[in-house]
Design a protein around this ligand. Structure first.
Ligand code: SAH
Length: 282
């Protein structure tokens, strides 16, 4: 999965009053509750004009001499800082991204790239999206909600990274994967994190998961030629679906579907490059 060609979104983070900004690094611990994490992030977030790439590089270099020190909260905080500079402004999304250790989900050989803005292979020809794309989709999914989302459905568990981030943003997360190898990998990756609200399912996500419906939100990490009707059926009234979708030209774009009592409204956003949505299991 590659990033959108040019995200049309802008940084809207408010500049905190000078005295309140904590010193770098902002402390984000995996066991931190979301409220404290969101507070730390909100205090740390700077608008795009205040964030030069070189400063992030400098921080990373001092934290990661020779690619070590990935457990450091500072590296994740730096990733969050960069996301803010790229225009992500939802404090809950930033906090959740700051809490989950992305390097825990990729092969050891790739761990030193885990916090860079790049997609990475996760095996069986699949990839984990760039942090920027994950954050963008989660921000669209939350749609400025004040609290946590209710029950949500994720199509394409992959390595389980996004499911872990989602666990901080929703009360229950149902995540389906069609490849047994990846389903098992995600189960293994998530085991030590003990996230009781994440439910991993092996199956064809094109038919959704009716038992958990209706969902407050549905998010897909793989794109097909059409949005499967089951997803729309299983979305609650007032719910939102975010997914990549093939466009007429054969390219892919991010789409948002809002289901309301009058019907479904579709909004087509920027170009994206996700792996294909396939039917059946393997
Ligand atoms: N969110 C994942 C990204 C996984 S990549 C992560 O954080 O790692 C997309 C995944 O969608 C792949 O693992 C692919 O196997 C899966 N996929 C494709 N079609 C699917 C389908 N019909 N049902 C379930 N999973 C599907």
């Amino acid at each position: 999965m590659k990033s959108p060609i040019k995200p049309p979104f802008k940084a809207t983070a408010k500049l905190p009053s000078a005295g309140r900004r904590p010193a770098f690094p902002v402390r984000l611990k995996p066991d931190m509750d979301m409220q404290s994490a969101a507070k730390s992030v909100a205090a740390y977030a700077r608008p795009a004009w205040d964030t030069g790439k070189s400063s992030i590089k400098k921080s990373l270099q001092s934290i990661l001499p020779g690619g070590v020190g990935l457990d450091s909260q500072a590296v994740r905080a730096s990733m969050v800082h960069k996301l803010t500079a790229q225009g992500v402004s939802d404090a809950q999304v930033l906090a959740a991204m700051g809490l989950v250790e992305r390097h825990h989900f990729v092969d050891t050989a790739l761990a030193n790239q885990a916090y860079e803005d790049t997609s990475l292979p996760i095996g069986l020809g699949q990839t984990i999206s760039k942090p920027n794309v994950v954050a963008r989709m989660l921000e669209l999914l939350r749609h400025g909600a004040t609290g946590k989302l209710g029950r949500i459905l994720e199509i394409g568990t992959g390595c389980g990274y996004q499911a872990a981030v989602l666990s901080h943003l929703a009360t229950e997360v149902y995540s389906i994967e069609r490849l047994r190898g990846l389903h098992d990998k995600a189960r293994e990756n998530l085991r030590t994190l003990r996230l009781p609200n994440v439910h991993l399912l092996f199956g064809d996500g094109m038919i959704g998961y009716a038992k958990g419906a209706p969902y407050a939100a549905i998010i897909a990490a793989a794109g097909g030629a059409a949005i499967p009707p089951a997803w729309i059926e299983q979305l609650a009234i007032g719910g939102r679906l975010v997914a990549p979708l093939q466009t007429a030209s054969g390219a892919q774009a991010l789409v948002v579907l809002d289901k309301n009592p009058q019907g479904v409204r579709q909004t087509v956003l920027e170009a994206v490059h996700f792996v294909p949505l396939k039917s059946g299991t393997s």
